[in-house]
Design a protein around this ligand. Structure first.
Ligand SMILES: Nc1ccn([C@@H]2O[C@H](COP(=O)(O)O)[C@@H](O)[C@H]2O)c(=O)n1
Ligand SMILES: C[C@@]1(CO)OP(=O)(O)OP(=O)(O)OC[C@H]1O
Length: 160
């Protein structure tokens, strides 16, 4: 029996009107918001896709169609809880995850611990099993021009 699985996820949202962004379940004040059907939390969306991908369960849009009004302005922790339940039902849990946020602003570093705490609590895993990192793209590309924000996630699943 396979004892580990790996998954990766990527999410992007354009900036739009607003005064904050949600990242890792944490509200971060910013000069803009993001354009999204849900709360547009790229960290949690990328993590959900990594968890789903590890078990070949499709992607977040398959489980939560953007056409479904139930997910309008939804708290993305709902999506994470659903993915966690799918893993758990199948006898898996997240061993660790590593997430990188890509944007020029806002600064993620000051909020990284709070984000790790939210994710660790939601997944029922240790704080040191959740990594949040950030980088600019050195003013290159859509993130560099401040047009949007992206996140990449990798997770390892282990038997529960
Ligand atoms: N949105 C961001 C981007 C970066 N950081 C932190 O700054 C460091 C330097 O970023 P570079 O892109 O210039 O390498 C990076 O390692 C992060 O610690 C951040 O907090 N938020
Ligand atoms: C999260 C969902 C929910 O309807 O919509 P968005 O908030 O727009 O986010 P996206 O990353 O495009 O993922 C698709 C959808 O599952």
């Amino acid at each position: 029996m396979t004892d580990i699985r790996i998954g990766q996820g990527l999410d992007v949202h354009a900036f739009g009107a607003g005064d904050h962004v949600m990242l890792g379940g944490v509200r971060i004040p910013h000069t803009q918001g993001v354009q999204a059907h849900s709360d547009g939390d790229v960290v949690l969306h990328a993590l959900c896709d990594a968890m789903l991908g590890a078990l070949a369960l499709g992607d977040i849009g398959r489980h939560f169609p953007p056409s479904d009004p139930r997910w309008k302005d939804a708290d993305s922790r709902v999506f994470l809880r659903h993915c966690q339940a799918l893993l758990s039902e199948r006898g898996w849990r997240v061993g660790n995850c590593d997430i990188t946020v890509i944007c020029e602003a806002p600064k993620v570093g000051p909020h990284a611990l709070a984000m790790r705490e939210v994710i660790a609590a939601e997944l029922g895993i240790a704080l040191d099993a959740v990594s949040i990192k950030a980088t600019t793209s050195e003013r290159l590309g859509f993130t560099g021009r401040g047009e949007g924000i992206a996140a990449q996630a990798v997770c390892l699943l282990v038997r529960a």
